[in-house]
Design a protein around this ligand. Structure first.
Ligand code: CA
Length: 220
């Protein structure tokens, strides 16, 4: 759903029609107060001048709770406003008047980027993996992994809920058919990885042994 926060009633309606016509679910709000009552937006389009405050305050509020993309719409073409918009977490900025078709293209580009970023982020329980940066956090703390440990974790995470056999791990990460690398090599890397991310490696929450078959992370 796209949330339009614009106090100009006619412009708000025109924007709602624009997005509805392009096949999006859309909701209009005319103030910060109204906007804050609506949750679950995939994109928020915000006018800077609103009756109960400026759009920057709303954007900061949105940033505090998540990474929902924000596009600012404004009649102001002041450089300081543009900079402030990005400083408070905006993804894009359009100065009125603008052709509606251009706003639609900006919105689609922002949504596309947001989807790609989502695909690059893995979340399960308290485990967070940023595939793009190869960073792992567990319970909010950064976990330092060796390239092999990270590779194992990424392989399991990208195949969430599926059983990954040791043979598959060997083939993917040791670049071997498995014939010459001892299975023990995988066991050692797995047990080190578990020690780093599991609170109690003997009762794992993340990397679970599927007896006789292999390992799995999370539910499918
Ligand atoms: Ca306004």
């Amino acid at each position: 759903m796209i949330l339009i926060v614009e106090d100009d009633v006619r412009l708000n309606q025109a924007l709602c029609r624009l997005f509805a016509g392009a096949g999006y679910m859309v909701t209009g709000a005319h103030s910060i107060k109204e906007a804050l009552l609506i949750s679950g937006a995939a994109l928020v389009i915000i006018d800077i001048g609103l009756p109960d405050g400026d759009g920057f305050a709303l954007c900061r509020q949105i940033r505090r709770t998540g990474s929902t993309p924000v596009i600012f719409l404004t009649a102001r073409d002041d450089e300081r406003d543009m900079i402030q918009a990005f400083d408070c977490g905006a993804d894009d900025y359009l100065v009125k008047p603008f052709p509606l078709a251009v706003l639609l293209k900006h919105a689609q580009a922002v949504l596309r980027r947001a989807r790609q970023e989502d695909l690059e982020l893995f979340c399960y329980e308290e485990l967070r993996i940023d595939f793009a940066r190869k960073q792992v956090k567990c319970n909010g703390t950064k976990v330092r992994l060796t390239p092999k440990e990270y590779g194992l974790l990424e392989l399991l995470a990208r195949n969430k809920g599926k059983v990954i056999t040791k043979q598959m791990m060997l083939e993917q990460l040791w670049d071997e058919t498995g014939a010459f690398v001892e299975e023990n090599t995988v066991n050692v890397a797995l047990s080190r990885l578990k020690k780093k991310i599991e609170a109690d490696p003997s009762h794992p929450v993340y990397i679970k042994n599927v007896f006789g078959l292999g390992y799995t992370l999370g539910e499918s």
